[in-house]
Ligand binder design. Structure first.
Ligand code: DGI
Ligand code: FE
Ligand code: FE
Length: 187
């Protein structure tokens, strides 16, 4: 599918605020690709597709995880927000005809990150956090500055903010989120 077709389909499947966020991530990722000389169209497409599974209710996401054989009962029970990220490459491949492995990988780890990410993976992880429609939270201005100066520092900073926030809310933190933070903290 071309980006126009992807946009039309996403618009039908996501609520308006989610679609607006999606386009914000796509443009932010494209801008970061310009700054770091990465593939601009891949960054834009990955930005568009990163939340493509978010149109499904959590129960439906759970059913889809079973269907694609990616169910992790304990993890998804503790952190249901991680399901849409795990599902993203499967939904993108099946319903948006995306076959680029770099894009599929970037959308798969967009919520938790993972150790030793490619620049495209880091760009999507960061763009999701900083896009202009995100509501202002402490640290966001710093994250936005770092996003265009140092991808590793920015990744580390966002993970720290996210982990602190999840802890303050009494949420469980997934192993991959911790592993990613440990990796980038030690760089
Ligand atoms: O889908 P978005 O809302 O655009 O953003 P996202 O995919 O980054 O994730 C949404 C939420 O997931 C965000 O509030 C932080 C949370 N999150 C990230 N890592 C973990 C997590 N939640 C839990 N419970 N555990 C994690 O490890
Ligand atoms: Fe997401
Ligand atoms: Fe998102």
């Amino acid at each position: 599918m071309n980006t126009n077709e992807i946009e039309q389909k996403l618009k039908e499947h996501l609520k308006p605020s989610r679609y607006r966020h999606t386009v914000g991530v796509a443009y932010t990722a494209a801008s970061m690709a310009m700054a770091f000389e990465e593939n601009l169209s891949k960054a834009y497409r990955a930005g568009l597709l990163h939340d493509c599974a978010k149109g499904y209710a959590l129960e439906e996401q759970s059913r889809l995880c079973e269907q694609y054989n990616i169910m992790d009962e304990q993890l998804f029970h503790d952190s249901p927000q991680l399901m849409h990220s795990a599902l993203a490459p499967y939904i993108a491949r099946e319903f948006y005809e995306e076959s680029d492995e770099e894009i599929l990988s970037a959308i798969q780890c967009h919520t938790t990150g993972k150790p030793a990410m490619t620049n495209l993976e880091k760009i999507i992880f960061i763009a999701d956090y900083i896009e202009p429609n995100r509501k202002m939270i402490p640290g966001l201005t710093r994250a936005r500055k770092l996003a265009f100066t140092d991808l590793n520092d920015c990744t580390c900073f966002i993970l720290k903010q996210t982990i602190d926030y999840l802890k303050s809310q009494g949420n469980k933190i997934g192993h991959q989120t911790i592993e990613t933070y440990e990796y980038y903290r030690k760089l």
